[in-house]
Design a binder for this molecule. Structure first.
Ligand SMILES: *Cc1c(COP(=O)(O)O)cnc(C)c1O
Length: 428
């Protein structure tokens, strides 16, 4: 497969953009290759600058659940664009999307729009701190919540891929307020809570972890967090930037029946445009400026184009049977890949929640960051590059989640599984 033009474009980009990319995992660094420069996408495929077309399981890292270039989303954005891209004044669309989010997500009574997932989690934490009058927060090793200072501690995603969980530039005085527990371990949480008295403002968690590969919560884990937070007056934040509107219309909290105090959203609710949101109990949200004193703002927050793309996307997701069909497709992908590995005699640990899936390159069960980090990332890189050669575009890291979209057809899925069978044999 020819990647000549992508390589030239990457060289050009590297001289003006650090590492040639505007977000680290895009660089393909951990799989030892140059990134593909994408020219266009349609449905479940992306096409690069050399004219190669791939079946896409990255989906822009989550947002493209209805597939690329869905006609409803295109026409909504085009129509909005022709009446103005941004006003810096309220528009009716913001209330429309707010109501859709409130109707969908059990914990959200009020919501504020921002422009990225990072902004959503950062703002949610400020609000939790302001509301409780406490400074410390608990996060989980391997969970990624964007790149704000207080959250770039033992983080997953790019931070896990590059082995720099604690980034230079994050002041030690800020990082020390972030306590880190082990995912799926209530004991590790109880210990931190006991040691830190009444100084913990919030626990933030990916209720299905998706930034150390896909790691589902064990039975009782989310319920246990709920109980600890209720007893200790700690704000429970579900970071559903990835899982919101992904594993179910109401996110993990609908699927598992556990309701946090606050929720952060992003990715899907922007339909591919830059969006984030955070919401929760009215009592907490009303503390936010200008109704309360806790400050948060954004020039492009609630941007008309992003609101339109989000509303159009959610309208598609709301159609009866959408998630049932997506579940069937995702089951076929997850099981197909697991079977292909088994047939090739290559051991993987396969996980999936709805349309989020992962093949961990390891023998044992993966349930937290220490077990995820045992994976054979070298073997993953070989598999990744072989799959790419077969026309399958996976996330270029072991510690990411694969996303199935409504646009993946049975034929696309069959082709994917056949490619996986070939690639596992190659590395076995
Ligand atoms: C992607 C992601 C974020 C960060 O969102 P950005 O839009 O990249 O800033 C935060 N939390 C989770 C769980 C994510 O998957």
């Amino acid at each position: 497969m020819n990647h000549e033009r992508s390589s030239i474009l990457f060289q050009q980009a590297k001289s003006v953009i650090p590492g040639g990319v505007n977000s680290p995992v895009r660089a393909f660094k951990s799989v030892g290759a140059d990134p593909l420069f994408i020219k266009k996408a349609s449905g479940c495929t992306v096409s690069d600058e050399d004219g190669n077309t791939f079946i896409d399981y990255v989906g822009s890292w989550g947002p493209m659940i209805v597939g690329h270039c869905h006609p409803d989303v295109i026409s909504a954005v085009q129509e909005t664009m022709s009446s103005g891209a941004s006003f810096g004044a309220p528009t009716e669309r913001e209330t429309v999307l707010a109501n859709m989010v409130i109707d969908a997500v059990p914990s959200i009574e009020m919501v504020r729009m921002v422009s990225s997932g990072t902004e959503a989690t950062m703002s949610a934490i400020r609000l939790a701190r302001g509301y409780t009058g406490r400074d410390k927060i608990i996060k989980f090793s391997g969970c990624y919540h964007g790149h704000a200072d207080s959250l770039l501690v033992k983080a997953g995603s790019g931070a896990a891929t590059f082995g720099v969980p604690d980034s230079p530039g994050v002041p030690a005085d800020v990082a020390k307020l972030t306590l880190t527990a082990e995912y799926n371990s209530l004991d590790s949480v109880r210990k931190l809570v006991a040691e830190n008295g009444n100084s913990i403002a919030c626990i933030i968690v990916e209720p299905v972890a998706g930034n150390m590969g896909t790691v589902p919560p064990r039975e009782g884990f989310l319920e246990g967090l709920r109980e600890i937070c209720t007893n200790e007056g700690i704000v429970l934040i579900f970071d559903e930037v990835m899982s919101g509107f992904r594993v179910a219309y109401g996110g993990v909290q609908e699927l598992y029946g556990v309701t946090p105090d606050m929720t952060t959203l992003g990715k899907i609710i922007g339909g591919g445009l830059p969006v984030g949101a955070f919401g929760g109990k009215r009592e907490i949200m009303e503390k936010l400026s200008p109704s309360g004193g806790i400050y948060q703002a954004g020039t492009l927050s609630g941007n008309p184009l992003a609101m339109s793309a989000g509303i159009a996307t959610l309208n598609i997701l709301k159609q009866p049977g959408f998630y049932k069909k997506l579940e069937e497709k995702s089951l076929a992908v997850g099981e197909g890949i697991a079977k292909a590995a088994k047939a090739a005699g290559y051991p993987i640990y396969s996980t999936r929640v709805g349309s989020m899936f992962c093949a961990f390159f390891c023998n044992g069960e993966v349930h937290d960051w220490p077990t995820a980090s045992l994976c054979d990332t070298k073997a993953f890189s070989k598999y990744f590059l072989a799959m790419l050669d077969e026309g399958i575009y996976l996330a270029p890291s072991q510690f990411e989640t694969g996303f199935v979209s409504a646009a993946h057809s049975d034929a696309d899925i069959e082709r994917t599984i056949a490619a996986a069978a070939k690639c596992f044999k190659l590395i076995a």
